[in-house]
Design a protein around this ligand. Structure first.
Ligand code: EPZ
Length: 417
């Protein structure tokens, strides 16, 4: 298992290029199952979750060709298998995104129930209820969902909880369903809007993406998908926070500033300077930030995927910060590790009370989930001394070449096998 070793204390300066968004490409890859042709996806990030999803699609019958420049071509003319195996789904819960497309394409889907993960139970009950509302029969057997339907039909469905992949799953199912589907209380994340717009380019009839209600008129077929994946707003925000934490001056290039607006506003209110340009953001500061409070919310609120990274920044703030995680029930796995570095964080239910300290000190650290791992790297960059982070496969799921990009910004960071 790889480890990442960081010698902390260097200011980060310079430019970093943002890769394609992991949380955009995963549903787009699943959506190729809705088509019969050669789908071309460019700007694909080189991260583990993409490899997992591509492997799953190949298992289902897609013919995949990957190019060095990041382009992925998928020929989905012959999808002849409807079962997503446990060993793939258990490593990546986003595999459940093939449920809707497989039902729409084949009328059958057998997908292992995603296990829980470090940040919570993360059920997919709403995905299942929505597909049942569209006429599918779902049975739970030996940890698998076994779903079947002759023809999906349009329905009216209200999401009790806003769910990103739940919205994507039902939207994809509705695209080839009979009649009209109205989805209410949907996710408005940029990645959901990106998927809806892409499906429309391929012949779907989706309206309302980016608002609380989406209306989909079913069609009989789609053309193959062709797209350039939009920049990863979570990767962009992670590097913005890295610039702030090391009191550096970082240019985040090739990103969409409006997709990180909630973070930008919070950084500015904590005393960090942020300059936004057309496709880049400059973050710089030369002093400790002051404590600000955050509550995580579905888009356009403060993203839960920034919570751990922002907490790392707040450990060094002057004053107190109250960080409330309202999306997942257990997304504080990073707290104990940050406290081992000298942070002063107390947990009270869904809130973390962070009292800022002047310095953190390097330590041996254990990564537990993707964004918690990112927060440990950020803390290590600004800590005194050396940190050794193990189980870095968590980081590799969603960050392309993180140590290379950070080294280019002046960090002393290396990976050891
Ligand atoms: C997506 O996960 C992202 N993953 C997550 O990013 C992100 O944290 C999350 O959305 C919230 O923004 C991908 O897009 C691949 P949810 P998802 O369904 O769709 C509850 C990362 O770090 N819920 O929006 O699985 C659920 O338990 C990852 O890149 C139900 O109760 O999250 C949670 O409390 C981590 N029933 C809340 O909704 C359901 O059927 C939001 O979850 C579905 C969800």
């Amino acid at each position: 298992m790889d480890k990442i070793i960081v010698e902390g204390g260097n200011r980060l300066t310079g430019e970093v290029e943002i890769s394609g968004a992991k949380n955009a490409i995963l549903p787009v890859l699943a959506a190729t199952l809705l088509t019969r042709g050669v789908n071309k996806i460019t700007n694909a990030p080189k991260v583990r979750d993409v490899n997992t999803m591509v492997r799953l699609l190949a298992d289902l019958g897609a013919r995949v060709e990957r190019h060095d420049d990041g382009e992925i071509d998928l020929d989905t003319t012959n999808i002849n298998n409807h079962a997503a195996p446990y060993e793939l789904v258990s490593t990546m819960r986003a595999s459940c995104l093939v449920l809707g497309p497989l039902l729409a394409r084949l009328g059958r889907a057998k997908v292992s129930l995603p296990g829980g993960c470090a940040i919570g139970a993360r059920p997919i009950d709403l995905h299942m209820k929505g597909l049942e509302a569209m006429g599918a029969t779902l049975k739970l057997e030996k940890g698998y969902i076994d779903a079947s339907v002759d023809q999906l039909r349009g329905t009216q469905f209200y999401f009790d909880t806003v769910t990103v992949t739940g919205t994507a799953n039902l939207m994809m199912a509705a695209v080839l369903a009979d009649g009209e589907t109205v989805l209410e209380n949907v996710a408005k994340e940029p990645e959901v809007v990106f998927l809806a717009d892409l499906l429309n380019q391929a012949g779907a009839k989706i309206e309302g993406q980016g608002t609380d209600i989406m209306t989909i008129q079913g069609v009989t077929s789609l053309q193959a998908l062709e797209c350039k994946i939009l920049p990863d707003r979570i990767e962009a925000g992670t590097y913005m926070i890295a610039g702030a934490m090391t009191q550096g001056d970082v240019w985040v290039k090739n990103c969409e500033p409006k997709h990180v607006e909630a973070l930008t506003l919070k950084l500015i209110s904590s005393g960090v300077s942020v300059e936004t340009h057309e496709t880049s953001i400059r973050v710089f500061c030369d002093r400790r930030p002051h404590g600000v409070n955050i509550k995580t919310r579905p888009h356009p609120g403060f993203p839960t995927d920034f919570q751990a990274q922002f907490m790392a920044l707040m450990t060094l703030a002057e004053g107190q910060s109250i960080i409330t995680e309202d999306v997942f029930e257990n997304r504080f796995m990073h707290v104990a590790e940050l406290n081992r570095m000298g942070a002063n964080i107390e947990l009270e239910g869904r809130s973390a009370i962070v009292s800022g300290v002047a310095r953190l000190s390097g330590a041996p650290l254990m990564a537990t989930d993707l964004r918690a791992s990112a927060s440990l790297v950020l803390a290590a960059l600004s800590a005194e001394g050396e940190s050794v982070i193990s189980r870095v496969y968590h980081i590799d799921r969603g960050y392309e070449e993180i140590e290379k990009k950070l080294s280019q910004l002046g960090a002393k960071i290396r990976r050891v096998k």
